[in-house]
Design a binder for this molecule. Structure first.
Ligand SMILES: Cc1cc2nc3c(=O)[nH]c(=O)nc-3n(C[C@H](O)[C@H](O)[C@H](O)COP(=O)(O)OP(=O)(O)OC[C@H]3O[C@@H](n4cnc5c(N)ncnc54)[C@H](O)[C@@H]3O)c2cc1C
Length: 458
């Protein structure tokens, strides 16, 4: 027996594009934040913007929440149907519509995986700069909704710096196009939508800025005895006025997992590794590289490997990008936290993370977009043991509180979702939250778009 809502959705989208069997809905009961789960009432797979608009309109008539979902790689429960409702999968809306090199722009549908766009642009002399470590799966729509960052955020900025326009379905089912525009004369509504985690509208098409490929790269890997030596190096490089394209840190715990899984040849006593890349015009790069090597050695690096070929550079990046995947070898379950502190507070926060792990008896390993002060402690536990889950969650909360105390924040790139919603009252005054809620109501008066996310009162 199907509900009137499911019947109506089937009439609009076709039987095969509406999932309502409980066994199949279970696959959509969480994203990559797996500690909270709840299945939706239905999942729909629209094939066009018009169909997304129809779904939103039907859900509105039936009073059902609508939750947009890309690849489901989100790490804060953004796709979790906390109040039930209909999950709208964007993955069938996944064409690259146009690559317009003359205007340095590409037009893509929301369900295009980030990597698909990167591959389509290879060899054109241009690229799309945001490169989250999840690029192999995560969608451009999901990247826009979370304002995703990545290793190259340090020099190139986050997703919002690369979005020129969006097509979006609002809470009343209307379709709106904003941009593409380089420098909007009106209120920056595109900026508002980027990072709104599906609460202001469902993004169906994106006009993205293309960035010319750098003429040249220099990539290095420095091995340190301690995390302190590595973070000290980061501060010295930036203080010297050098802005690398990326500066990524991995600590001893994650290195052990990477080594066991992929055999990159890290010494067993390595305390921390920095992967550093500079890019730009060839002239001058050599000098920058040598200065960075000097900073590493002066801060105690025991080995600095400089990639001599494109293949060696690829290998250096591979060890960073495969790092999270290797964590599965350490523990049956894990979640990746996302906090940010002023860069100079990195040594402090990494020390505190270790202490907090000990206090809660949770093993924590770390990767960090160190150049941005963005830490990603990975908390290891066994999901089948509720006590371990609770201890991991408590440790996660405590380390975010420490980020706030350091003058930082509870997210640099993963967003708020459900996981961090309790921190919004700590970060913002009631009047600020009220102003944000009024903006939300302007986009979605009924409040059916991804309710229970981002803002504590909806
Ligand atoms: C191994 C791993 C590494 C990661 N590395 C990074 C990283 O380096 N940088 C980074 O920023 N993040 C990273 N992430 C987190 C995640 O990949 C990003 O948040 C990503 O942008 C989510 O994209 P998605 O398509 O999977 O979105 P989903 O997980 O499907 O959705 C995320 C949120 O966006 C909303 N949403 C999705 N699509 C749309 C749409 N079309 N319109 C409106 N709302 C929408 C959802 O409702 C939800 O709130 C990582 C995750 C994993 C698992």
């Amino acid at each position: 027996m199907h509900s009137p809502l499911v019947k109506e959705l089937r009439k609009r989208l076709g039987h095969q594009n509406v999932i309502s069997a409980p066994s199949e809905l279970a696959a959509y009961d969480c994203d990559a934040f797996t500690v909270e789960r709840r299945p939706p009432d239905a999942v729909v797979l629209p094939g066009s913007t018009r169909q997304v608009a129809q779904v939103v309109a039907v859900c509105r008539q039936h009073g059902a929440p609508v939750i947009a979902r890309g690849a489901g790689t989100g790490l804060v429960g953004g796709c979790l149907p906390v109040r039930g409702g209909v999950v709208v999968m964007l993955t069938r809306i996944s064409r690259i519509i146009e690559i317009d090199l003359r205007n340095r722009m590409a037009v893509v549908e929301a369900g295009v995986p980030n990597i698909k766009l990167a591959r389509a642009l290879a060899g054109t002399g241009y690229h799309y700069a945001p490169d989250p470590a999840s690029e192999g799966a995560s969608t451009i729509g999901g990247n826009v909704a979370t304002n995703a960052g990545g290793p190259h955020t340090l020099k190139y900025g986050v997703t919002v710096n690369h979005v020129l326009g969006v097509e979006v379905v609002l809470g009343d089912g209307s379709i709106v196009r904003l941009g593409p525009v380089e420098d909007p004369a009106e209120l920056d509504l595109i900026g508002l939508l980027v990072g709104s985690e599906g609460t202001l509208g469902i993004v169906t098409r994106v006009w993205v800025r293309l960035t010319p490929d750098p003429q040249d790269y220099r990539a290095m890997r420095a091995i340190f005895d301690t995390v302190d030596d590595a973070t000290e190096t980061v501060s010295r490089i930036i203080a010297a006025g050098i802005i690398p394209a990326a500066m990524e840190l991995m600590d001893r715990g994650i290195l052990a997992a990477v080594e066991e899984a992929f055999h990159f040849g890290f010494p067993p006593d390595a305390g921390a590794v920095l992967v550093i890349e500079v890019d730009g015009p060839t002239a001058g790069l050599e000098k920058q590289q040598q200065r960075i090597v000097e900073f590493c050695r002066n801060s105690g690096a025991k080995e600095v490997l400089q990639a001599a070929t494109a293949h060696e550079r690829e290998l250096l990046w591979k060890c960073r990008k495969l790092a999270v995947g290797a964590v599965g070898r350490l523990s049956p379950s894990y979640f990746i936290q996302d906090g940010v502190v002023p860069r100079t507070r990195l040594p402090h926060i990494l020390r505190r993370i270790a202490e907090i792990g000990q206090k809660h008896r949770v093993r924590i390993v770390n990767v960090a977009h160190a150049g941005d002060g963005n830490v990603h402690p990975i908390l290891l536990f066994d999901e089948r043991d509720r006590q371990q889950v609770d201890r991991a969650l408590a440790a996660g909360r405590e380390l975010l509180e420490e980020c706030i105390r350091c003058g930082g924040s509870v997210t640099a790139e993963h967003g708020i979702g459900v996981e961090k919603i309790e921190f919004m009252n700590r970060l913002f005054a009631p009047e600020d939250l009220e102003a944000m809620n009024r903006i939300r109501q302007a986009f979605d008066p009924t409040g059916w778009l991804n309710p229970g996310k981002v803002l504590p009162v909806t």
